[in-house]
Design a binder for this molecule. Sequence first.
Ligand code: ARG
Length: 459
Amino acid sequence: MSKKLWGGRFVESTDKLMEAFNASIDVDKRLYESDIKGSQAHLEMMEKQGIISSEDAEILVQGLDTVKTRIDNNEMAFTDALEDIHMHVEENLGDVCGAVAKKLHTGRSRNDQVALDVRIYLREETLNLIRMLKDFQAALVTLADANKKTVMPGYTHMQRAQPVLFAHHMLAYYQMFKRDMERLEDSMTRLDVMPLGSAALAGTGFPIDREYTCQVLGFSRVSENSMDAVSDRDFIMEFISHASICMIHLSRLSEELILWSTSEFAFITISDAFTTGSSIMPQKKNPDACELVRGKTGRVVGNLMAILTVMKSLPMAYNKDMQEDKEPLFDTVDTLKICLDVYTRMFSHIDIHKDRMRAACMTGFLNATDFADYLVNKGVAFRTAHGIAGKAVNFALDQGKELDGLSFEEMRSFSDLIEKDVYDFISLEAMVARRNSYGGTGFDNVAAAVDVAKKELGL
Ligand code: ARG
């Protein structure tokens, strides 16, 4: 007869290859703390309900502490023969406590057990990530705060468009990561649900008290349908989806940091601490941290495709396919955490080259819109003013000049509404200062937005 915990009905032993194929212990061993916590809560509940005696419950709760210490200290041997973390804990509890360990699995199944474990794990990691996102946002806002007067070209289609404040650019990212944080916070309402007691799929005949287990484990509510509870992995799909969006944001930021570090832009220098050299080209200083964050976005989006595809078309209720949920989940948590950590640190190691940014604002007709706006203020309809400004740009291009490099006579040739004050109107400072519509890049607006962000972060 097979010695497996489920071996009663088996006469032959498992093929070695099948054993290795079936095992998830290499991946799910990181759930041991959650697993033990869940089992201890289950025991407390069974004791309260008189399903097992107080003596047995006490022995088992303490035994589980011993198992935890063994795993903490790397004293537990993991083997494919025991499949997963749930069986390892139960088997080792038997070594510690003897036959009474066979009572632990009363009124539950690995199906509700694994759902519980992953929820406990992800609840904690979601809170960690929310904290880390806050830290990273603080780094962004600190850089914005130091650059409330730093002007740079704003781009559309990667073409110079209109001047903006560097702080405004940083605060755009602040908004993206704020949404990421809100999404994680919101997902808690669906994650914070306690599935134990659903058993294999149909619930149990034992007089369990699910609300009590829920309280002991600090969950907000119990799951309402046992079949849904054991087959629901929405919270994993949702988490990886939110993480993917966050990584997409990080990849966009990475792309800009990489561009800004080129000799062509030279808007920023990332310190030696977060760049690396080339083994052949001595002059090289490569923005590897940014490139890795950009590249790792691919892993996380891949993880999202993996979990969605695993879940696609699965019938009720638990199916072993679902064991494939953990690798993409853990990899996503690890990847997002290290990316946020690296960027939070790297951000205090970035030099901003204000002069280069300002110089880049002086060419490329960033004031063409303002030239048109000037004419609008003199009574010209915007579309007409746009046409006049376009002609002026074309003329200046031919002359190899910028709009503000045109002589007053040249300016007047486009409209006799133009006065000498046009030069002030289309100056860099005036252009930025004027854009004080709510949410715009005006100095006052941006200073206020920095204050709001600092307040939101408790800085
Ligand atoms: N290792 C399994 C998983 O992660 C645990 C649940 C197994 N349940 C079962 N009936 N085989 O999905």
